[in-house]
Design a protein around this ligand. Structure first.
Ligand code: HEC
Ligand code: HEC
Length: 399
């Protein structure tokens, strides 16, 4: 060592120690306003599928809901996988944070400030914040989620910078519980056989309910409206009540009803499942099952979204204030009970398995989004515009 360096060594040593501490694996190292965390993609995946409840609203690797929030794998509705979409995103609140992997800042902003960072086309859709009592994510969990959703180039999980987190928000369901709704009464209202019967359009999967209600409910549920099994784990009582009382205020994106007129002056209505430059895919829930209609773009004269959608307008009159409390208490109690059951143990199998169009978007966006793909859905009648409704037998040779 040169004499000059020898003189400097103690100072360098200190500096070196500081640098080492900052880079120390395992333990977080402080930086102003945040810290670096060693992240693990495997833990992130478990969190995404389990305790984090992300699957209730997001699709990933073919699992989870394709209707409540943007899909993170390739999907007709959301486009290419999240990682590709991330390249175009610029964070607002978290602009300029020390970002480990490009895209991290946007994901963090989506999680911490969902309303500010709403994904294009999903503005106004509720996503609970990371610090809401519904998700209650800590720093390490955020780092692990980043490693899972946004793997570093080269595959290693690496270190992720997490800003200092605000305190946890109070639990909105704890306040609701003090109002004293009766889950049993709520169940009766949910399944009563008249116009207000939520069960006519919504599936709620729970072994105890499967014993009490007829099999036809399990076969047909969820075609007409979104599954509600665990909704009360990821939305506040206010958000759920708003969907019931003011359906026009917010539509679950996967269930938008459209009216389409063709140049041949034929009218079609149905839920919009997919739309690309090539055309539109509509689905109509019939008692016999789902009927899909593909309309080529050049045949479409006019396409008009229907506001409000299917959710009946009459609920404010049909459900007294007390009834609303009972229904919410029932949804909350069922959601908690269902979380105790693994996905696989629920009637109907894992979430997303009941998605009737799953075979359509096996990673296909958008060049393969063609009507001939409809032929690959087993057991579903397919109507081509102007043509007869075919039996829809699976045609495995047709690719
Ligand atoms: C109640 C439904 C719901 C839950 C639960 C939920 N999200 Fe979301 N998420 C949404 C919606 C709706 C959007 C689109 C609006 C927005 O960006 O705020 C979204 C957006 C996002 C985005 C931005 C996506 C993009 O394309 O830009 C990320 C990242 C994200 N969520 C991650 C997560 C993770 C991770 C979890 C679990 C810890 C989670 N979300 C739980 C509904 C949800
Ligand atoms: C005629 C069919 C129909 C009936 C009956 C019905 N719903 Fe719905 N519901 C829908 C549709 C379609 C949507 C999605 C479109 C929208 O958000 O308006 C929906 C959305 C919802 C949502 C929002 C779900 C989400 O994923 O954000 C809730 C909560 C809900 N309904 C609760 C109820 C309850 C409780 C009842 C019974 C009192 C009920 N619904 C009766 C069709 C129905």
């Amino acid at each position: 060592m040169s004499p000059a360096l020898r003189l400097l060594a103690p100072a360098l040593g200190l500096l070196g120690l500081a640098v080492l501490l900052a880079a120390a694996p395992g333990g977080p190292a402080q930086e102003p306003g945040g810290a670096w965390f060693e992240a693990d993609a495997g833990r992130g995946r478990d969190l995404f599928r389990g305790r984090g409840r992300c699957l209730e609203c997001h699709r990933m690797d073919g699992e989870g809901s394709p209707v409540r929030g943007p899909a993170f794998d390739a999907h007709w509705r959301s486009g290419p996988p999240l990682q590709e979409r991330l390249r175009e995103r610029r964070p607002v609140v978290l602009a300029g944070i020390p970002e480990g992997v490009p895209g991290d800042a946007w994901i963090l902003e989506s999680l911490l400030h969902p309303a500010v960072a709403a994904a294009p086309g999903w503005e106004g859709q509720p996503m609970p914040g990371a610090r809401s009592a519904l998700l209650a994510l800590g720093e390490q969990e955020l780092a692990d989620l980043l490693a899972f959703l946004n793997p570093a180039p080269g595959g290693e999980a690496g270190r992720r910078w997490i800003p200092e987190l605000p305190p946890l928000e109070p639990d909105p369901w704890a306040a609701f519980a003090t109002l004293g709704g009766d889950p049993g009464e709520g169940e009766r209202l949910f399944f009563r056989p008249d116009d207000a019967a939520c069960s006519g359009c919504h599936l709620l999967r729970l072994p105890a309910l499967e014993e009490r209600y007829p099999a036809v409910f399990w076969a047909q549920g969820t075609l007409a409206g979104p599954e509600l099994t665990r909704l009360a784990l990821v939305q506040t009582p206010e958000e759920i009540l708003a969907s019931i009382l003011r359906p026009e205020a917010r539509q679950t994106p996967g269930f938008e009803t459209w009216l389409v007129e063709t140049h041949g002056e034929r009218l079609f209505t149905g839920m919009l499942l997919a739309r690309s430059a090539e055309g539109m895919l509509l689905m109509e829930a019939e008692p016999s099952g789902a009927v899909f209609t593909w309309l080529d773009a050049e045949d479409i004269a006019e396409a008009i979204p229907q506001v409000p959608g299917r959710m009946t307008h009459v609920f404010p009159e049909l459900l007294s204030v007390e009834d609303r409390r009972h229904v919410l208490a029932f949804l909350r109690a069922s959601a908690l009970a269902s979380e105790a059951w693994g996905e696989e143990a629920l009637p109907g199998g894992p979430l997303g398995a009941r998605d009737p169009v799953a075979p359509l978007y096996d990673g296909a966006w958008p060049p393969e989004a063609r009507p001939d793909l409809l032929q690959r859905i087993p057991g579903i009648p397919v109507s081509h515009e102007g043509g007869p409704v075919s039996a829809g037998a699976p045609d495995h040779d047709h690719r």
